[in-house]
Design a protein around this ligand. Structure first.
Ligand code: PRP
Length: 173
């Protein structure tokens, strides 16, 4: 198993996070921002992003995982849902990567049922080629090709999440 060279370095990641935070800070001026991280993968991106956002906000989480990733009928299991009442909140869902879109679509629909004041999505990585379900992304860090990547919260078998950069991962050389 090989972790390749960084495709996004620490510096590139931090630069892009600052840019996203600037856009979000402008758009959420005077609003009631609730940042909702989709765990586990989004923990690192969320913690960097919220520290760079300059408007007041609250934070909550959803813990979810998808199964049968190769199938179009992927099933999403939610282990933990938001504790906040979202009715008066401008919710921003924060995701590390959108692949098939199944996880995000499921969480988005579930959140919409709770009737937040508004709902937007910020995803750090967008692997567009793999999309099965169309999900509207309002803020995107980087588009990436169809390669398996790890680091900055993203895992292979729950490992490599702690790498501060993003790298391509291959099971064999
Ligand atoms: C990963 C990632 C996204 C999802 C993207 O989570 O964090 O939530 O897969 O894939 P999709 O667009 O095909 O649904 P995973 O289910 O591996 O759980 P984790 O966050 O605990 O790593």
């Amino acid at each position: 198993m090989v972790v390749g060279k960084p495709i996004f370095t620490v510096e590139q990641i931090q630069q892009r996070v600052r840019e996203l935070a600037e856009m979000i800070s402008k758009d959420y001026e005077g609003k009631n921002l609730l940042a909702v991280g989709i765990l586990r993968g989004a923990f690192m991106f969320l913690s960097d992003l919220v520290r760079a956002i300059k408007v007041p906000l609250t934070v909550d989480f959803v813990i979810a995982a998808s199964y049968m990733k190769e199938a179009t009928t992927g099933e999403v299991k939610v282990y933990y849902d938001v504790r906040e009442d979202v009715n008066d909140k401008d919710v921003l869902l924060i995701e590390d990567i959108v692949d098939t879109g199944i996880t995000l679509n499921h969480i988005r629909e579930r959140m919409l049922q709770k009737r937040p004041r508004s709902l937007k999505i910020c995803a750090f990585l967008d692997k567009k080629e793999r999309r099965v379900v169309d999900v509207p992304l309002d803020y995107t860090g980087f588009e990436i090709p169809n390669e398996f990547v790890v680091g900055y919260g993203l895992d292979y078998d729950n490992r490599y999440r702690n790498l501060p950069y993003i790298a391509v991962f291959r099971k064999s050389v």
